[in-house]
Design a protein around this ligand. Structure first.
Ligand SMILES: [Zn+2]
Length: 204
């Protein structure tokens, strides 16, 4: 893997005495991989942190400087319970940069084990992507093949099947397995919108 930097960028920190610095490196598929920007200011570091958001659902390339004491989502959906310390998260929220995980983990975090098993049995019947019927579970199978291609730039059926098989076998080893997650509630998006509005969009 090449460690040659693709590019770098910086902008001023909120107090103006330091900077926020961002660099990008290629990942092992030659695509750019953003590294979360760092706040290089001792004063701002105690007050803020950086959060990344996605513009296209694939890369997390939009950065906000968020106040460290910005209320967590739990407080947003049930403020009273949150303050009384009796909040039980109803939903599991996880944000991540998909390029920081391998494809097996991505499958586990985004598909049920049952679905992976069904998809595998479909894929085993077809030698190429184009032959997979684009309906029902076939459409799902196609989706997973496309995802695989996004990682490894190949859709060779045997390697895709191998990865899905690995995901199925190790499914319960993953902390954030899909089967243990609940759907992200509607309110989460408006929470994010409000948080973005209250935060500083970084020109990086
Ligand atoms: Zn500063």
């Amino acid at each position: 893997m090449s460690l040659e930097k693709l590019d770098e960028n910086e902008c001023s920190c909120p107090c103006g005495n330091g900077r926020i610095y961002r660099e990008r490196y290629p990942d092992n598929q030659g695509e750019s991989k953003a590294i979360l920007p760092t706040i290089e200011c001792s004063k701002c570091k105690t007050k803020y942190h950086i959060e990344s958001f996605s513009s296209d659902g694939k890369t997390f390339d939009i950065y906000y400087c968020v106040q460290n004491d910005y209320p967590p989502y739990e407080r947003y959906i049930n403020p009273k319970a949150y303050f009384e310390g009796r909040f039980e998260p109803e939903e599991f929220i996880r944000t991540y940069n998909i390029y920081e995980m391998d494809i097996e983990q991505y499958f586990v975090e985004n598909y049920s084990k049952n679905l992976l098993i069904q998809v595998m049995s479909v894929l085993e019947n077809y030698s190429t992507y184009n032959k997979i019927p684009d309906n029902g579970i076939g459409s799902k199978a196609r989706e997973l093949v496309r995802r695989y291609k996004g990682w490894y730039n190949t859709q060779r059926m045997s390697t895709v099947i191998q990865s899905i098989k690995k995901s199925i076998e190790n499914y319960s080893d993953y902390e954030f397995q899909f089967d243990k997650r609940k759907k992200i509630p509607v309110g989460y998006n408006s929470y994010l919108d409000e948080k973005k509005q209250a935060s500083l969009l970084l020109n990086l």
